[in-house]
Design a protein around this ligand. Structure first.
Ligand code: SAM
Length: 399
């Protein structure tokens, strides 16, 4: 059994959405994933345990990849260009690139941009061999504790100090190498994923285990990320922009929107990755040692009054005949709100996908005395895919 979590979030309970990829033993009781309804299986099929390699990310569409890519292919049977404006872990863009679509992935956080640069923009044939050379060198770097170890292994305890010293030394070396941006992104993703595999959290950098999680005691190991070959349709790209600010520039055969749907800030939940990628050693605050700019870098999509106008603005301004929007039944906007907003762009079909909720809802969150705090809520929610096209599509499960 895993030890209880220290609750160090402002909410005191942490998020309650599913953290895809969380591997705590007590999550083993989750119900099996829903059937694929005859849609294509995950495009990761044949790639071994690729889903396990990517970072744990709340709201990741890892388990819904078959649904999302199936809907994209139904709308674009002959391929085309797809823009993912809230790319997060980059799984969706990676899956679509793997199916030959020309993908543009965007996110406003630097760590997400780095993930998309590696998984969507960088082509395997161009960078894999060079990245292996860099990773081989990094594996020989002598551990040396520094800013990361102090902030995230001693003051907070997200990683074991032995791994903190490895991360500090490797990250310092990466910065000194002066790598080209795509190569640097691939190497940073290798480091981020290696750190993620030995963390001592349940998937959010707001709370850590009271005692080290067993995996945190293992030495961090670098692996080459699963880079994809370039696609015939043209170069894929990753950008770091605010979705509302760049919506006017977006032109694609299909736009995929997977915005946050509640108050929890991704920057706050993944502040260690932001600091690791930017390597700006910022001033930090609170028990979780979050970057001070978490207080000022806000998204309108994390605000109940802000999300409606922000999403409406994006929906109205992107140039595309096809839109797919992911949202779940616990977000600030209801199914009716979204259907009304999207109807102006075309015919709306809604796919419903039941999902298990955040692992913490099952484990329970504990305070520093080891007492359980907060009530356990619902254990399942429903993910919705709103598929907006000029003509109705034949979708297997559309309400
Ligand atoms: C639900 S997650 C996307 C998950 C992603 N589809 C995946 O499978 O990993 C929402 C993402 O939106 C990003 N985000 C929040 N506000 C944004 C904004 N104003 N512009 C661009 N990205 C934003 C967050 O950083 C987060 O990665």
């Amino acid at each position: 059994m895993n030890p209880p979590l220290y609750s160090v979030s402002e909410t005191g309970e942490g998020d309650r959405e599913a953290v895809e990829g969380a591997t705590l033993k007590r999550s083993a009781g989750f119900p099996p994933p829903p059937p694929s309804f005859g849609w294509s299986p995950s495009p990761a099929k044949g790639r071994g345990r690729i889903g396990e390699r990517m970072i744990k990310y709340i709201g990741s569409k890892r388990a819904l990849l078959g649904h999302v890519t199936g809907a994209v292919r139904a709308a674009l049977p002959d391929g085309g260009t797809v823009c993912d404006l809230f790319s997060g872990s980059a799984r969706v863009g990676h899956a679509l690139k793997g199916q030959g679509f020309r993908v543009w992935s965007n996110d406003h956080n630097a760590y997400a941009h780095t993930l998309a640069t590696a998984y969507v923009q960088a082509d395997r044939e161009r960078w894999a061999a060079q990245a292996e050379v860099v990773l081989t060198e990094l594996r020989t770097v002598a551990p040396e504790a520094g800013w990361f170890t102090k902030a995230f292994c001693e003051d907070a305890r997200f990683f074991h100090p032995d791994n903190g010293a490895r991360i500090d030394a490797m990250r310092t070396r990466i910065e000194a190498m002066g790598l080209e941006p795509e190569l640097k992104a691939v190497v940073l993703v290798a480091l981020m994923e290696a750190a993620d595999r030995v963390d001592s959290t349940a998937g959010l950098q707001m709370a850590y285990m009271k005692q080290w999680a067993p995996r945190a005691l293992k030495p961090l190991e670098l692996r080459l990320p699963d880079l994809l070959l370039g696609v015939a349709a043209g170069p894929c790209k990753a950008t770091r922009g605010d979705a509302v600010e760049i919506a006017d520039q977006v032109e694609a055969d299909l736009v995929y929107l997977d915005p946050p749907y509640n108050q929890h800030s991704y920057l706050a939940n993944y502040h260690c990755w932001e600091s690791l990628v930017l390597w700006d050693k910022p001033e930090t605050y609170g028990v979780a040692n979050k970057r001070v700019d978490v207080k000022t870098r806000k998204s309108p999509f994390n605000s109940r009054p802000g999300i409606g106008p922000a999403l409406q603005s994006v929906v109205e301004r992107v140039k595309t005949p096809n839109l797919i929007v992911s949202f779940n039944d616990e977000g600030y906007l209801s199914r009716d709100d979204l259907t009304a907003m999207l109807s102006a762009r075309g015919h709306v079909q809604v796919v419903e996908i039941p999902r298990p909720r955040y692992v913490g809802a099952r484990i329970g969150i504990h305070n520093r005395k080891g007492e359980k705090v907060g009530a356990v809520g619902r254990l399942r929610n429903v993910e919705h895919l709103f598929v907006v096209t000029q003509e109705p599509l034949s979708l297997p499960v559309a309400a």
